[in-house]
Design a binder for this molecule. Structure first.
Ligand SMILES: [Cu+2]
Length: 149
């Protein structure tokens, strides 16, 4: 049997807690970060954001599955959203995007996750501007994906 790495154990425990908590994942705003910044859910699951007193959730149009409805919550509101469509969603906190406050939600098993993320990175590289803070976020997400595979 292969050695069980700490990361594997953490991934396993997160998976276990996802199952145990019945499809509702909580993301907490701490300072100008979302914890956890990267979450993995199944289609139809809910995500709740807490401690959002000066924060919000805004989907980044270029970095979500095609045909996704825009997400734009009110700054200060704790919200719960349901993700029905599989894919990879990148979102930001509008007021703190300059500080790279954002996150990534992967909905469903994505066999082409790495390709999708690389395509997102190309889009960021081509458009720059307001998309630039997504670069570091996506690179960290790649590391997370690698640690899970
Ligand atoms: Cu914020």
């Amino acid at each position: 049997m292969k050695k069980i790495s700490g990361l594997f154990l953490i991934a396993f425990l997160s998976l276990f807690s996802l199952v145990a908590s019945a499809e509702d994942t909580t993301v907490k705003a701490v300072g100008v970060q979302f914890e956890a910044a990267f979450i993995f859910i199944e289609a139809g699951d809910k995500v709740s954001w807490e401690n959002m007193n000066s924060h919000n959730v805004e989907s980044i149009d270029e970095l979500v599955p095609e045909g996704t409805e825009k997400i734009m919550t009110t700054v200060g509101d704790d919200v719960t959203l349901t993700f029905d469509k599989p894919g990879i969603y990148v979102y930001k906190c509008t007021p703190h995007w300059g500080a790279r406050m954002g996150g990534v939600i992967m909905v469903g098993q994505q066999d082409n996750a790495m390709e999708t993320v690389n395509a997102y990175l190309e889009t960021v590289g081509a458009q720059k501007g307001n998309l630039l803070p997504a670069k570091g976020l996506l690179k960290k997400f790649i590391k997370e994906l690698e640690s899970r595979s």
